[in-house]
Structure formats: structure tokens, C-alpha cells
Design a protein around this ligand. Structure first.
Ligand SMILES: [Zn+2]
Length: 114
């Protein structure tokens, strides 16, 4: 018998492309619909679940680790928004997430400038 959890996981895994990323384990790149290609929340994987639209990386995290407490967010350690590999996510506060994003951006600028 397959659990609901297994069914959801299978549904997600059927729509990902497994590619080497910056981390030790490969990224699971979502090939389904996303949150679009403009704005601050762009490029996140989206799926329909229980009649609603859900962020796929959050779904995968919750299946693995349980619900996300209020005021916490998931950060992509691989910096790839379309990646839905739960191993590549880390729970952080909003502040930590912002600081990391700023650091990553600064690093990218320095790299280009160098
Ligand atoms: Zn990844």
C-alpha cells in the first residue's frame, strides 16, 4: 500500500530533472509550472495539491521534516529556486535568508567585477 506521502513524492519526482549542482548531491530541477519569471517570488516550482497551488520545495520539505513553524522560511542551499530536493533546503529565519541572499548577490558582483 502506498501512502499519501509516497504518492505526492512520486508525483513530484516524475516532473524533475536530476542534474549536478553546486552541492554534493544532485539538484532536483522542477520541470512543471513555476511562479512565473517576473517579480520577487519568481521561478519557484508550483504544483496543484488538494485543490490549491503549493510551492513544491515546501511540499517536499514538509513530507520529509514536518510543518514549518511560523516566521521560518526555507532557504535553498544550492541557490537554485527550481530545485525541490529537500536535502538542499534549510530552515532559516526571514532575516537569515535575506542576509544570505545579499551575501550571495554581493559575491556574484565581485566575481563579475574581478
Ligand atoms: Zn538543489
Amino acid at each position: 500500500m502506498t501512502s499519501r506521502r509516497d504518492r505526492i513524492r512520486a508525483k513530484v519526482m516524475a516532473r524533475v530533472e536530476i542534474v549536478a549542482g553546486p552541492l554534493d548531491t544532485p539538484c532536483h530541477i522542477w520541470t512543471g509550472p513555476t511562479s512565473g519569471n517576473t517579480g520577487r517570488g519568481k521561478d519557484y516550482a508550483r504544483m496543484c495539491l488538494d485543490g490549491g497551488t503549493m510551492a513544491v520545495h515546501i511540499v517536499m520539505w514538509v513530507l520529509e521534516h514536518g510543518p514549518i513553524p511560523p516566521r521560518k522560511q526555507l532557504d535553498h542551499r544550492c541557490r537554485t529556486r527550481k530545485c525541490v530536493n529537500a536535502d538542499h533546503l534549510e530552515m532559516v529565519t526571514h532575516k537569515q535568508n535575506q542576509r544570505r541572499r545579499d551575501e550571495a548577490r554581493r559575491f556574484a558582483c565581485e566575481e563579475i567585477a574581478a
